[in-house]
Design a protein. Structure first.
Ligand code: 5RP
Length: 298
């Protein structure tokens, strides 16, 4: 079809009006490609710049732990309250409805159960499978300081090599099975930095009460914290609040959500901490009110 010379002419910006350059808000991601940024933006909220992730991948090495016996029942009411769900492909296909609109962070490394040396992991998901499942990110264990440290580091770098050309970010999950390693800021600084140096786009680690800000400040990619074992709700909300105040970009909690006395009330209170900066005391008040079945005013 011939062009229409009478069509309105394209407008050009007014002379002297500066073009808008919007920097990308996820730490260390400025030079990544559009698809990678878009996936990160599906995990890290553009307004708060933080992420509320829920981890339910424990079964891949522990089986059906408390709170995850029937994932389709226990987790379904929580799904719309989190930004991302971290889980295995088996639980995704069997227990999460495909109309789930939040992001999937797919567990992509596995190996031994808790009955064996946990660090002996290999990659356990093919990149085509990750694409098929519409994963927003892939999670790979990095067992720094453990018996199979080098193998897990190579899992991480291999997955970065496979995922990057497909625009899929990789979450490095720091862990150690070495009982002699002190789990302090010095260790987590090293572990997180190694993961960033090796190409991960974000890293999951544990909060430590002393020096956590040195873990986040020396890591050029976002750090999200695991919850660890179940603690009272106020304590878990306090830990999240402190971690965010000390530079964490979000939480990726499991047991403290699905083993809470009232998981839905807890996840909503945690959301207020993560996205609204709610102090722990008022978030806990919200939790208590929701648990009792009423929404607080004001
Ligand atoms: C194990 C994991 C788990 O998903 C995660 O650590 C569990 O979260 P939580 O400690 O909050 O239960 O990544 O390697």
């Amino acid at each position: 079809m011939a062009g229409n010379l009478d069509a309105p002419e394209a407008q050009t910006p007014k002379a002297g009006h500066p073009e808008e350059h919007t920097g990308f808000y996820v730490k260390g991601a400025e030079s990544l490609d559009w698809g990678m940024k878009n996936r990160l933006a599906r995990i890290f909220n553009p307004k708060s710049r933080k992420a509320l992730m829920m981890a339910i991948d424990h079964g891949y090495f522990e089986g059906p732990i408390a709170g995850l016996e029937q994932v389709d029942l226990s987790v379904a009411p929580l799904l719309s309250h989190v930004d991302a769900l971290m889980l295995t492909r088996g639980m995704l296909r069997t227990s999460v409805p495909p109309w789930f609109r939040q992001s999937v962070v797919l567990r992509a490394s596995a190996g031994p159960s808790i009955l064996k040396e946990l660090s002996n992991e290999h990659l356990a998901v093919d990149i085509q499978e990750a694409i098929r499942l519409n994963a927003a990110a892939l999670a790979v264990g990095a067992f720094i300081g453990s018996e199979f440290e080098t193998q897990t580091v190579l899992n991480l770098t291999r997955m970065v090599d496979l995922a990057s050309p497909n625009g899929i970010p990789v979450l490095a999950v720091t862990a150690t099975t070495d009982e002699d390693t002190p789990h302090d800021a010095k260790y987590f600084r090293m572990a997180c930095r190694i993961c960033a140096e090796l190409g991960a786009q974000f890293v999951k680690t544990y909060y430590v009460a002393q020096g956590f800000e040195t873990v986040t400040s020396s890591c050029p990619i976002p750090v999200v914290i695991a919850g660890g074992g179940k603690v009272p709700e106020l304590e878990a909300l306090t830990m999240a609040h402190r971690a965010l105040g000390e530079g964490a970009a979000g939480v990726d909690m499991g047991r403290n959500i699905f083993q809470s006395e009232a998981p839905l009330a807890f996840v909503r209170a945690l959301r207020a901490v993560v996205h609204d900066g709610e102090p722990p005391a008022s978030a806990y008040k919200l939790y208590c009110s929701l648990k009792e079945g009423h929404t607080p005013q004001g």
